[in-house]
Write a protein that binds this ligand. Structure first.
Ligand code: AMP
Ligand code: MG
Length: 346
């Protein structure tokens, strides 16, 4: 199947994310040439602004009525960032959008399209999810989702450094059941696409057909392969180890940045992903969860918070009614939820 079979909105969104993902593959060194720390302490690079400007401007052209709710805004560029950061962002956006003759004010306006309000229908964007992964030479993604009446209808996760290939017999230790499960070095990259009630697919960046994604069929909790954030401040890894011990899984969690984790879960390369907040009041940002959640669900998995509640995308920029995250292949979800209850994590 080709992506055009999924309708015009999916096609536009997949092209936008594909183009941004391709650009990042080719431009990584110049896209991370300047990095600074935002007022909230998180790192931001030239790439975050370039991708946000590009995606917001392209979405604006195709869907002028739709708000975009995104992680960045131009205030950091106007105020905190050294001027060479803005200059570099402008240079790269001009490369990405040749012929537009964009100047700084237009650039800032595109970035600020991301200040949209979460209404009845909106897009949510994390231009670079896993910025620390990008800086470390690890995984990072471009995450875009369409939310309509609180339901994630479309999810796109662009993965510049990931390839999913058909697992061969020799890769049986990576996945003995997944259709697509191998992570390759020197990856060609791709976009994971999810459409509500239609399914989830992998679209390689170098073209070709969509390959369906489906979660692992492993039903033994003891064989659970877990994924965890690289950043130990983002989720309590010691507690994850205790949960894994309680379900008798001995495999150490694989550390991975951003929604790359949901892509691997959807591809059957792991069975469990948990976010156990270290700061009890932390509420996940919608752009960190929307696309990844739909991907896991449409690949046949299950996504809830630590209370077993579905993620509620009606509460604005953050998931105010949810704490933490459990995403799984579905088969071990209840076992994990009961350990969470026993351990009084909630
Ligand atoms: P991950 O690599 O899974 O930790 O995901 C990266 C995302 O974690 C970033 O995009 C941040 O929005 C988000 N994040 C930042 N601070 C925190 C925190 N204190 N707890 C949980 N997630 C966070
Ligand atoms: Mg993020």
């Amino acid at each position: 199947m080709h992506v055009d079979a999924l309708g015009p909105i999916v096609m536009v969104a997949s092209e936008v994310v594909r183009d941004a993902t391709r650009f990042m593959r080719g431009a990584e060194p110049s896209a991370i040439a300047y990095t600074f720390t935002k007022a909230n302490g998180s790192p931001v690079t030239v790439a975050d602004f370039v991708v946000q400007a590009f995606v917001a401007s392209r979405l604006g052209r195709h869907f002028p009525e739709d708000p975009v709710v995104a992680e960045e805004d131009a205030s950091a560029l106007r105020a905190d960032a050294p001027s060479e950061v803005g200059d570099q962002v402008l240079r790269l956006v001009r490369q990405l959008l040749p012929g537009t003759g964009v100047e700084k004010e237009q650039l800032f306006a595109w970035i600020d399209r991301g200040r949209g309000v979460c209404g009845h229908r909106f897009w949510t964007l994390d231009p670079i999810d896993g910025t620390k992964g990008l800086l470390r030479g690890g995984q990072y993604v471009i995450a875009l989702a369409l939310v309509v009446d609180g339901t994630v209808e479309i999810g796109m996760v662009g993965c510049p450094r990931l390839s999913l290939t058909r697992a061969s017999a020799s890769q049986a230790d990576v996945s003995d059941h997944g259709v697509l499960a191998a992570v390759e070095d020197g990856a060609n990259g791709g976009v994971a696409i999810a459409v509500r009630n239609r399914g989830a697919w992998w679209m390689p960046l170098d073209g070709g057909r969509l390959t369906p994604l489906s979660v692992s069929s492993e039903s033994s909790p003891a064989k659970t392969r877990a994924l965890h954030s690289h950043e130990s401040r983002h989720s309590d890894v010691a507690e994850l180890h205790r949960v894994l011990r309680a379900i008798r899984s001995s495999a150490p969690p694989v550390l991975m940045d951003g929604q790359t984790k949901q892509v691997l879960l959807a591809a059957g390369a792991a069975e469990l992903l948990m976010r156990i907040p270290i700061e009890p009041d932390y509420r996940e940002a919608i752009w960190d969860q929307a696309a990844g959640a739909l991907l896991v669900e449409e690949a046949g998995g299950r996504v809830t918070d630590l209370d077993g509640l579905p993620l509620d995308f009606t509460t604005g920029r953050n998931l105010l009614r949810n704490t933490g995250l459990i995403a799984s292949n579905g088969l071990l979800h209840d076992a994990v939820l009961s350990v969470v209850r026993e351990r009084s994590l909630r």
